[in-house]
Design a protein. Structure first.
Length: 449
């Protein structure tokens, strides 16, 4: 049965949407920011041969570089100023959040409120610059070693090229970071997730056309194409079902007497706990940490598997046992870690105690906190298994098919579906807020009369 809010949201009409001026401004700002981001993915690095880069990416379309190119929206294949994407910022955020749990200074800043949050964000930006510079230098060195049928990938290799590449790629990452923050504060949805979402969606039409062409020429059978479509539909349905799943804890308030002639009644409500409280963050964090060393190793090897960097890139390629083990372990870890960051059972139990609310059959205070923590731990365990299955099982299935002209993984499907659901929910929230504001204004106008 749908809730009252869902029923109210279903009654939202196009007329209501056209009157929500603040929502329209946010949507237009988000679309404009995404257009700017997509334009940046077509501005190439200075001093490179795009044909050699494209040839190298095409040879590795179904492997690690295909996955990297998918997350970047084609920026890696064109070797543009946004080739590093937002991954250094995500890696820096992970490191800072981990340090917050062990560093007294960062933990004290976290408790200071808004001022402490600004300082932590500043440390995250400094870490982004450092990680982006290291990663950009590794890419520059790797590009100098890369060759193709038309010659080398770099027109004039040397220290000047490495320096300009570091500055350009680091600046591109910082611009994307700023753009994502602007979308979050002035647009709709989470800016960082939307930028990754835009990169994945931008690659869908070319991938579909290439698959249709392979089917037309007979390189892929119609049965394989139908099997891929069926698998994608099943994964999407699975993701939507789990993302909407909740465990509702019954909350009861003390009896209150609404009127002198009516008996006192107890009010009840629910504390909803999502099955996947961490959302799409664990796969993004895990991918970011795996892409950081694999990017440097892959470009530094220049595609040669007999080098030390080539062996690292080979073992960290998607589908290998080491990659799968590390990926699943990181997803499970970040599922518990991020859930602990966003939800504090002790704080929730204390707020319920202050409001006089309680869980039936559970004593207020520490007992309630332990009860909520027990339920949340079990939910997070199931959510971690769900995330790992969505991100890994499609790759197992597709590995039986053979090489595809594009990278297709459960991580990309999970990001697209989850971000779409989250964005739609935020749009509905803004529409509901607009309707409530309209009702309040009408009631005030009637009161003045």
């Amino acid at each position: 049965m749908s809730s009252a809010i869902e029923q109210f949201a279903s009654s939202v009409s196009l007329k209501t949407f056209t009157k929500a001026e603040d929502l329209k401004k946010r949507i237009w700002f988000t679309l404009a920011a995404l257009v700017v981001y997509r334009l940046g993915t077509y501005i190439p690095l200075p001093g490179i041969n795009p044909e050699v880069i494209s040839e190298f990416i095409q040879r590795n379309a179904g492997g690690f570089f295909g996955m990297l190119d998918m997350f970047s929206g084609g920026a890696i294949g064109r070797m543009t100023i946004f080739s590093l994407m937002i991954m250094p910022y995500i890696s820096s955020s992970i490191i800072i959040q981990l340090l917050t749990s062990v560093s007294p200074h960062l933990e004290a800043l976290k408790k200071e409120g808004e001022s402490g949050r600004r300082k932590i964000n500043q440390y995250t930006r400094y870490g982004t610059v450092l990680l982006a510079s290291i990663q950009a230098y590794g890419i520059a060195v790797g590009l100098e070693k890369m060759t193709g049928h038309t010659g080398g990938a770099v027109l004039d290799p040397g220290m000047f090229f490495r320096l300009t590449t570091m500055i350009t790629l680091t600046g591109g990452t910082l611009f994307i970071m700023w753009l994502g923050e602007q979308i979050t504060s002035r647009g709709i949805g989470n800016g960082i997730s939307l930028l990754i979402y835009a990169g994945i969606v931008a690659n869908l039409p070319p991938s579909v056309f290439r698959t249709i062409e392979l089917g037309r020429t007979g390189s892929l059978s119609a049965l394989v194409i139908l099997g891929i479509l069926f698998m994608v539909a099943v994964v999407i349905g699975y993701v939507v079902f789990v993302e909407r799943a909740q465990r509702r804890i019954l909350i009861q308030y003390p009896k209150r007497q609404a009127a002198p002639d009516r008996p006192a009644t107890a009010q009840t409500t629910h504390l909803p706990l999502k099955l996947n409280s961490a959302g799409v963050i664990p796969p993004i964090f895990a991918s970011s940490l795996l892409l950081f060393p694999a990017t440097i190793a892959g470009f530094s090897s220049g595609g040669a598997p007999d080098t030390w960097f080539g062996m690292i890139a080979m073992y960290l390629n998607h589908g290998t046992p080491l990659y799968i083990a590390m990926y699943v372990s990181m997803i499970v870890f970040f599922a518990f870690f991020y859930t602990a960051l966003v939800f504090n059972p002790s704080e929730t139990a204390e707020n319920l105690r202050k409001m006089g609310a309680y869980v039936p059959g559970v004593r207020p205070g520490p007992s309630t906190a332990n009860y909520i923590d027990y339920i949340l731990t079990r939910l997070t365990a199931v959510g971690a298994i769900y995330l790992a299955s969505v991100c890994i099982l499609p790759e197992f299935i597709l590995s039986r098919v053979g090489s595809l002209p594009f990278y297709l993984g459960g991580t990309s499907i999970l990001i697209v579906v989850s971000v779409t659901i989250d964005t739609i929910n935020q749009v509905q929230s803004h529409l509901l807020a607009h309707q409530y504001e309209g009702l309040i204004r009408k009631s005030r106008g009637k009161g003045k009369r």
